[in-house]
Every structure is written in C-alpha cells, then in structure tokens.
Design a protein around this ligand. Structure first.
Ligand SMILES: [Zn+2]
Ligand SMILES: [Zn+2]
Length: 251
C-alpha cells in the first residue's frame, strides 16, 4: 500500500494524498457456468482468429464483466501464461493510439467518433449472462471461475499500473480516464486534458506491444515489470477499472 501511494504521489496525476483507490462491490465475478463454457471454446480457438480480433477491435466490443472474466479464466487455465490476451490487448491499444491521431480542436470530435462502441459485447450478444447454464467439466469450471491467478498478476504488478487508474472509476479525481469515462466526458463537453490522455494511451500501447512481443522466441523474456502491468492497464483503459480494483482489494 505504501509503495502504491508513493507511486501515485510521484506520478503527477494529482491523486489526493492518502486517497484510497476504490472499486465497486466485486459481484462482477465469478461468471456463470454458461459463460465459462463459452469462454473455454472461445479462448481455445476463436479469439485467435483474425476476424474475431478485428470485430473486437472495430467495435470495442466486450463489456467489463466479460473482459475481466475472460482474462481471469485464461490466466487460470493457462497458469498465468497470458499470450492470447497479450496479443488481443496489444491490438486494441494500437487502435486506441490511432484514435488520437488528430491535433487541435478536431481531436475531441475524432475521439467522440472513434472511441464509441459500435455494437453490443460479443458475449452478451450471444445471450450469455449471470444466469446462463452450461455443460462443462466441474474441474474446468472451478478453475475458470477461480480469480486467484489474475488476482496474483494484478497485485504483483500494481506499482506499475497504479498511475494508469481512471480517476472517475476510482472516484479520486486523478487525471487518467478509461475509454468509457473519456467518452462520457467528451460527450458532456467537460474539460479534459487530452494531451495527458494521449500520453497515457501511448505509454500503455508501447508497454503492451513489448509484452506481446516478449512471447515470441527471439524476444522471449525481454519484457519489464512495467510491460507486464500493461495487461492490467489495457483492460482497465478499455472497459473500466471497477472489476480490476475490486479484484486487487478482495480478501
Ligand atoms: Zn458482455
Ligand atoms: Zn473510468
């Protein structure tokens, strides 16, 4: 905690001294058997299909519950080997960086257009939700619903993602905004430091790219702890920080 606060205070994000980064109640997880059964087939195959990734990329199409639930399940099933999510979020952050292409007054208009969702969450759209039943081996279900691997990953990288937490999600007035709250602020015509938001997205994008490449043979092991933390910052930026903060603070 002390280390995190030191990081926050040195970050220049104006997070008030002594403020606790809050999150909502952790009811977002665990996922239902139906959701886990679907994710099992999803992470084993279709998430690696270019068309699926392009669909996620073009629509920003996964809700917070399913984005974090999928990350938790994959972390558990693969014992913390997060190659698939690293590729996915490197792709999404690349698009995020490109969304900040315009300069001057045109940037607000461009972001309002480019950061908006163009359709529902892919998994919600298929009808999967908290009540969904599914056929899945009990041990696979139990592992897929166990947030321990993701919680360990989130907690171990916290000194390197604390600076990226959205001030609206955390309720503490810090400068960073997740995509959802940046879009909300732009639509409301609120004042937003867009150069700070651009710097945030570019930093997460660079780190995410390095982390993704570190799974390749030639660059194996080249990632830094900050690069690994991008796999928390990227889903936090993409869909909001509530579930991630709840996970970090739980139990
Ligand atoms: Zn969803
Ligand atoms: Zn937010």
């Amino acid at each position: 905690m002390a280390a995190r606060m030191a990081t926050l205070q040195s970050s220049g994000t104006k997070r008030p001294t002594g403020a606790r980064v809050r999150g909502p109640a952790p009811e977002a997880l665990p996922l239902s058997p139906g959701e886990v059964a679907f994710l099992r087939s999803f992470v084993q195959g279709s998430i690696m299909i270019t068309e699926t990734r392009q669909r996620l990329r073009s629509r920003w199409g996964m809700c917070e519950r399913h984005a974090i639930g999928a990350l938790a399940a994959e972390a558990a099933w693969r014992h913390g080997y997060l190659h698939g999510p690293a590729i996915l979020y490197a792709d999404l952050m690349d698009r995020a960086v490109r969304s900040f292409g315009a300069r001057g007054p045109a940037l607000r208009r461009q972001l309002r257009y480019r950061l908006r969702e163009r359709g529902p969450c892919l998994i919600c759209e298929l009808g999967f939700g908290p009540q969904s039943e599914g056929f899945i081996a009990p041990d696979v279900l139990a592992a897929g619903r166990d947030p321990a691997y993701l919680r360990e990953f989130v907690r171990s990288t916290e000194p390197h993602w604390a600076d990226s937490v959205c001030g609206t999600c955390a309720g503490d007035g810090a400068v960073p905004r997740c995509r959802v709250h940046l879009l909300e602020a732009l639509r409301a015509g609120a004042a937003v430091d867009l150069s700070a938001q651009r710097a945030l997205v570019e930093r997460i994008g660079r780190q995410m790219e390095r982390f993704s490449r570190s799974f390749g043979w030639e660059e194996r092991g080249t990632e830094t702890p900050a690069d690994r933390a991008a796999l928390v910052s990227a889903p936090g930026w993409y869909g909001g920080w509530g579930a991630l903060l709840a996970l970090a603070r739980a139990g």
